[in-house]
Design a protein around this ligand. Structure first.
Ligand code: NAP
Length: 302
């Protein structure tokens, strides 16, 4: 594995976890599966994407998802609605997609306008088409020993650890961030699948550094750039940065830059493995979405 060396007095090296490369590998594998399905006369997976409003960041994420579908040969469809759409009307559209036999998986791009309940909308999605893995059914299936469709970002993190052959069994994993979409399901997956000892930290954790310093594997999923500093990280730890915050400024191309929760420059030399932002967990979320869509198609025996 290629190691990046730092230009410091005390020369240290670490391995970069390249999410872009792993995601490209996964897309190639999926594309081969699509070819095999076509040859066998089976259905080509179809992902539908629901986008409400015209938020620039959401549009960018959706563009990446559409591009990924094209790359692997999936069918896709886009359903766009104005941000004035009522919750009831959106629910009716979700019902239609639930019933559409040609659609194998679909997602509702978040965030939604304030007058629409994310929880109600998410729960309306048929669990076997919920390729973001957001529904309570899929969240709960993590501990059921028969996971249905795993939450996409945590699934992507687990896949990165696996493909870099980073052992998790018996390791001290500290997850900073306990959200319903990332921190909480990821912690459960690290226990269930990873057989790790997991500590979950959140906004009310006292003395965060006390916990992070004991982590063999430290995962940050908060959304606060620079939260994790070098003195909070154990020498040789594996650091996974899920955080993705748009920081605006005239010095950046496009007017903004994506920042992780980890102070990469300072922290990287202390680690054995670390993910960059961008190019770490982000591409894996899309790869997981594609894997879930393929799985959803297979589960429906089409
Ligand atoms: P979220 O719903 O806002 O959750 C943030 C979590 O961090 C909460 O559990 C919160 O604690 C905790 N927290 C807040 N301040 C903290 C602090 N100072 N110390 C410790 N914990 C703190 O966000 P999310 O949806 O989980 O996303 C987290 C980050 O990951 C964001 O930057 C998001 O953009 C990014 N993300 C990236 C991807 C990707 O594909 N790369 C996908 C999803 C999310 P409480 O529970 O106590 O409020």
């Amino acid at each position: 594995m290629e190691r990046d060396s730092m230009n410091q007095t005390e020369q240290k090296s670490y391995a970069l976890i390249d999410g872009r490369k792993i995601s490209t590998d996964i897309k190639k594998e999926i594309s081969e599966q699509v070819t095999l399905r076509k040859q066998a006369g089976k259905k080509v997976p179809h992902l539908a994407i629901i986008l409400v409003g015209d938020d620039g960041a959401s549009q960018t994420y959706v563009d990446h998802k559409v591009k990924a579908c094209k790359e692997v040969g999936f069918h896709y469809s886009m359903l766009r609605f104005a941000d004035t759409i009522s919750e009831d009307k959106l629910m009716k559209h979700i019902d239609q997609v639930n019933r559409d036999e040609d659609v194998d998986g679909f997602i509702v791009q978040l965030p939604l306008p304030a007058h629409i309940s994310v929880e109600r909308i998410t729960e309306k999605i048929r669990p076997d088409k919920d390729v973001d893995g957001f529904t309570n059914r899929n969240f709960g299936s993590i501990v059921s020993k028969q996971p249905l469709l795993l939450p996409a970002t945590p699934f992507g993190v687990m896949e990165l650890l696996k493909r870099y052959e980073i052992p998790t069994e018996g390791k001290n994993c500290v997850v900073v961030g306990a959200s319903r979409l990332v921190g909480a399901p990821l912690s459960m997956m690290l226990v269930e699948e990873g057989k790790a000892t997991v500590t979950i930290c959140h906004k009310f954790t006292k003395d965060l550094a006390h916990f992070t310093r004991h982590a063999d594997i430290l995962i940050a999923a908060v959304g606060k750039p620079g939260l994790i500093t070098a003195e909070m990280v154990k020498e040789g730890a594996v650091v996974i940065d899920v955080g993705t915050t748009r920081v605006e400024g005239p010095q950046y191309k496009n007017g903004y830059s994506l920042k992780g929760d980890v102070d990469f420059k300072e922290v990287a030399p202390k680690t054995s493995f670390i993910t960059p932002v961008p190019g770490g967990v982000g591409p894996m979320t899309i790869a997981s979405l594609l894997l879930n869509t393929l799985r959803a198609t297979e589960l429906r025996n089409l």
